[in-house]
Structure formats: structure tokens, C-alpha cells
Design a protein around this ligand. Structure first.
Ligand code: UT7
Length: 338
């Protein structure tokens, strides 16, 4: 493997959403919940759910095509890194489906499954592959379809009101491309598997013998995600704050150097609390949760896409991103806008 040190830049952010908008009021027609409860506890006003025929990989491909369209003619994609917890199939992962649907040559397709931290894990891996000279341009995608995998009855309301479907993507390259580019200054990642069962989807999986799926498990709802919401909330606030401060310090910065905080979108209150602990003001926090809910691996690239569209970045800005989720896994990334 060639050993070089080159700066990775994230370019060409893009996103894709399904066509079905689901408001909190619509959810309240089939789940015992209310717009008031959801808005107050999470900040979410609506989310998008797929119709038949739209899948995690098709959303990923739609976003990725938009990212690739922004590149200059002749730019080759050398590798794909796709992050999702909701692939179309148990295996293979969506990376190969993206490669095929985009008509790319037989480039490597990595599948990352670190849930809400998936995009940050993909960026760290992609950044290392760019800086060491292994690849020139890597397509990074975060995509999810949650809506078909949740218990959409009152039994599952603590989860069902939170999650939405969507995809976001960018191209990580060793150089700046046209439009706004984001120099990847650094990343920091963590995990603690002692908490794996606090936010998980237990079945189907190879833990069961002799068969990994039974009618009883389906009836009991054991095929749906489960979460210890309070514990996840507290850990998210603590770890996102700590990892942000640690990453900033490693690169000689403090939180007063941050221009914009663009975190994972799980709960508006989590992000407000982290921002307060970092000493950032409300206008420095970029939020999309009100429009899309929690799209897990897609929240951060969707956030970047929206922030670019809304003119939220200025050249020279230091942008902080952080995420926390199932695993537990968490991390932060730091970018300089150029
Ligand atoms: O991205 C992955 C990481 N995920 C997260 O970071 C999520 C972290 N957790 C959270 O965001 C919050 O814990 C939730 C939004 C999930 C829940 O908010 P909470 O303030 O922690 O509420 P809770 O779970 O303590 O429930 C409070 C009450 C309960 O009723 P009682 O026992 O007080 O009568 C719940 O049964 O709210 C009830 N409840 C609901 N009511 C209406 C729970 N879900 C709902 C609902 N609609 N959807």
C-alpha cells in the first residue's frame, strides 16, 4: 500500500427522500400519540416514509447520482463506502447494489454498519484511504429505510414516532472540487459494546438455534428495534460533548473556534444540550430533525446538503459534527470550509 499523506476533502453533498410525507398528526391517527408530545420531546414535526418500490439502495443511488453529477466530467469513483442499518437484504450489503445501479466499474464496495455513527465511521475510513493514496475519489453514502422495520402501533410508539427514511451522500477526494468543499481536519470514534442491548434490534440473527426466525418472535414484536430512551439520551449528551471537546483539543481548537455545529439528528433536545455544554449559541446549531426525523446514517450528509442549499457556510468556517447511537458507538468530525 502506498504511504502518502494527502488532505481529504468532502465535496458534492446531495440527498434523496421518499415521496410520502408523514406529519405528526397523521401518525396520531394510527398510534396513541400527539403532535404536542412528539414536538415537545423531540422537535420532530414530520418525516418521509417510503412507498412500495423505494428501498434503502434506491434512495442511496438517487443521492449518489446527484453527488456524481456535480463532479467534473471524467472524474472516476474508485471506491464506495455505504453506511446503513437497514439494507435491502440481510446480505449482501447495499454497497454492491449502488455499484451496479450506478454502472460503475467493479470498484470495491464497503458496507459500514455503525448505526447513527455510520456516516462518521465511513468518513474516517474514507479519509484514511484518501490520505494514504489508496484511492482518489470515494463515494460515501448514508441511507436508511426505517419505516418498514418498525412497530407502527402504540406498542412501538417510543420508536415509531422518531425515525424517517432518506439518504445523503458526498464524494471524498484528495482535492477540492467545484463549489464548497470541506477539508476533513480530523475524526475521533468510539464504541462501548456493554450497552449493545440498550438500543438494538434483536432478531432475526445467528444467536438463535436451530432457526433464527420463528412465528412467535414475530408475534411478540421481537423483530422490531427497542430502546432504553432515557439512558440513550443521557449517554448521547455526555459522549457527544466529550468527544467534540477531545477532537477540538487534539487539533488545537476550543469550542469558541467552531462556526457551525452540524450533529446527528436524534432529538432536538440532545443537540441543544450538547451545544449548551460546548458554549455554542442556538444559531450555531444546524437542525433538520423537524423535517425528516431521525434518518440514522443519513442525518449528517442530509444536514450538509441542506446547509449548503441554505448558504449556512462561509469559506474559512470550522464545522463540527458529532453523533451517538446504537452499539453504543459515537464520534465527531471536524471540517474546514474552503
Ligand atoms: O439516534 C439513535 C439514538 N437515539 C436517541 O438518541 C434517542 C434518545 N432518547 C430520546 O430521545 C427520548 O428518550 C425519547 C424521545 C425516546 C423519549 O422521551 P422521554 O422524555 O425520555 O420520554 P419517556 O420514554 O420517559 O416517556 C415519558 C412518557 C411515558 O408515559 P408515562 O410512563 O410517563 O405515563 C411514555 O409511555 O411518554 C410516553 N410515551 C409517549 N407518549 C406519546 C412514550 N412514547 C410516546 C409517544 N407518544 N410516542
Amino acid at each position: 500500500m502506498p504511504v502518502k499523506s494527502r488532505t481529504p476533502y468532502a465535496n458534492s453533498f446531495a440527498m434523496a427522500l421518499p415521496d410520502r410525507e408523514i406529519s405528526n398528526d397523521e401518525l396520531s391517527t394510527f398510534i396513541d400519540t400527539s403532535d404536542e408530545w412528539i414536538s415537545k420531546r423531540t422537535g420532530i414535526k414530520k418525516r418521509y416514509w417510503v412507498s412500495e418500490g423505494t428501498t434503502t439502495s434506491s434512495l442511496a443511488v438517487e443521492a449518489a447520482s446527484k453527488s456524481i453529477d456535480q463532479l467534473s466530467n471524467g472524474t472516476q469513483i474508485d471506491a464506495i463506502i455505504a453506511a446503513t442499518l437497514s439494507p435491502d437484504y440481510s446480505f449482501p450489503g447495499i454497497g454492491v447494489q449502488i455499484q451496479d445501479a450506478l454502472g460503475l466499474p467493479p470498484v470495491p464496495a464497503y458496507d459500514v454498519r455503525n448505526q447513527c455513527s455510520g456516516f462518521l465511521y465511513a468518513m474516517e475510513m474514507g479519509g484514511a484511504l484518501i490520505s494514504t493514496g489508496v484511492y482518489e475519489n470515494i463515494l460515501i453514502v448514508g441511507a436508511e429505510v426505517h419505516s418498514t422495520g418498525m412497530d407502527k402501533t402504540t406498542r412501538g410508539r417510543d420508536i415509531a414516532v422518531l425515525f424517517g427514511d432518506g439518504a445523503g451522500s458526498c464524494i471524498l477526494s484528495h482535492g477540492k472540487r467545484s463549489g464548497l468543499s470541506f477539508e476533513l481536519v480530523g475524526t475521533e470514534l468510539h464504541s462501548d459494546g456493554a450497552y449493545a442491548k440498550e438500543l438494538w434490534c434483536e432478531h432475526p440473527g445467528s444467536v438463535l438455534f436451530p432457526d433464527r426466525l420463528t412465528e412467535e418472535l414475530v408475534r411478540e414484536g421481537k423483530v422490531f428495534p427497542e430502546m432504553n430512551g432515557r439512558l440513550v439520551f443521557e449517554n448521547a449528551v455526555r459522549h457527544m460533548t466529550e468527544v467534540s471537546l477531545s477532537l477540538l483539543a487534539k487539533h488545537g481548537y476550543g469550542s469558541s473556534d467552531v462556526s457551525l455545529f452540524l450533529p446527528h439528528q436524534a432529538n432536538l433536545r440532545i443537540n441543544t444540550m450538547v451545544a449548551q455544554k460546548l458554549g455554542l449559541n442556538e444559531s450555531q446549531v444546524f437542525s433538520t430533525i423537524q423535517d425528516y426525523g431521525n434518518t440514522t446514517a443519513a442525518t449528517i450528509p442530509i444536514g450538509f446538503t441542506r446547509a449548503v442549499e441554505e448558504g449556512a457556510f462561509t469559506s474559512g468556517d470550522l464545522v463540527l459534527s458529532a453523533a451517538f447511537g446504537s452499539g453504543f458507538t459515537w464520534g465527531a468530525a471536524l471540517y474546514r470550509v474552503v
